[in-house]
Design a binder for this molecule. Sequence first.
Ligand code: R5P
Length: 300
Amino acid sequence: MLIIGCSNSRDLAKKIAVKARRHGKVKYSELETARFPDGEIYVRYNVPVKDKKVVLVQSFYGNISDEMIEVVFAAQTAKDLGAKEVTLVAPYFPYFRQDKRFKPGESISIQVIAKMLNRFIHRLIVVDPHLHRLKSMYDVFTCRCHNLSADPAIARYIEQNIKNVIIIGPDWESYRWAEKTADIIGCESAILEKKRYSATKVDVRINKKIDLKDKTVVLVDDIISTGHTMQEAIKDLKKIGAKKFVIICVHSLFVGNAMDRLKKTGARIVSCNTIKHKTNKIDVTSIIETALKHHIMETA
Ligand code: R5P
C-alpha cells in the first residue's frame, strides 16, 4: 500500500502510515503540488504507483475547491498510471451540510461533489461525516464508504482529563456525538434546542431539567464553524448555573473570529486532529489506521 500525503494533510498522512506499517507493507510519499502563476494546480507523484493500492490523505478546509481539484487530479493520475485502486482518506469531508435544496434553484452541493469523486475513487474513508438528512454516505457515493466515529477517542480524552462531567449537545443534531460519548463514559447527557435564523444568528434553548451543580459542562459537537452555536449554548447554560465549560468538537473549522468568540466564554477548547489547529488534543489516526488495516492485509 502507498499512502500519499496531499497538500493539506501531510503530517496526518505520515502518522497514519507509520501506524499502519504494523499491519503490512506500507510506503509513504508526498504528492508534489504547485500552483502556476495563473492559479492552475499542478500535481505529481514522486514514486511509481503502478499496481499499488494508493491511499490519498486530504482534509478539506481553507481552500476547499483547490484541495478538491488536487485530489481529483491525483486520483485520476493514479488510475492513469496503473494504480490497482484509489482510496481517499478525508478526515474532514466538506459539503455534507448542503444536502438539500433549501431555496429554489440551489445546488445540492454534496450530490455534485459525490458524483464527481465517484468517477475517480474506489473507496472513501471519512471521520464523522455530517450526515443529517442523508442517512448514509451511500445515499450519494457509489464507491466503498467508511464512516468512522471519533466518539471513542473523545470519550477517552474526557475520562483522562475532565472530572465530574455532564455532556451536553448544543443542538439536536449533536445528539449522535454527545449521547454516544456519554454512553461510552457512562455519564449524564442532555441536548439543547437550537433555532438558526441565519449563518451567524442562532438561538439555543434547554429542553430538559438538568442539575449542573459542581459539574463541568462538556459541550460536544461534530463541527464548530463560526462558533455561534457553542457561544449561545454557553450563554444559556450560564443562566441556569453552569460555571465550568469545556468545548469539544471533531472538526475545528473555526472560521473568521470564531476562536475569539469562544475564548470570551471562558471555556477550554479541544478538537480532534481531522483539521490541523492549535486546539488539537485528540488524535484520530488510530481510528483511521484501524479502518485501513483490513485493506492493508489484503495487499500482503
Ligand atoms: C450543524 O448542524 C453542526 O452540527 C454544527 O452545530 C454547526 O455546524 C456549528 O456551526 P457554527 O459554529 O457556525 O454555529
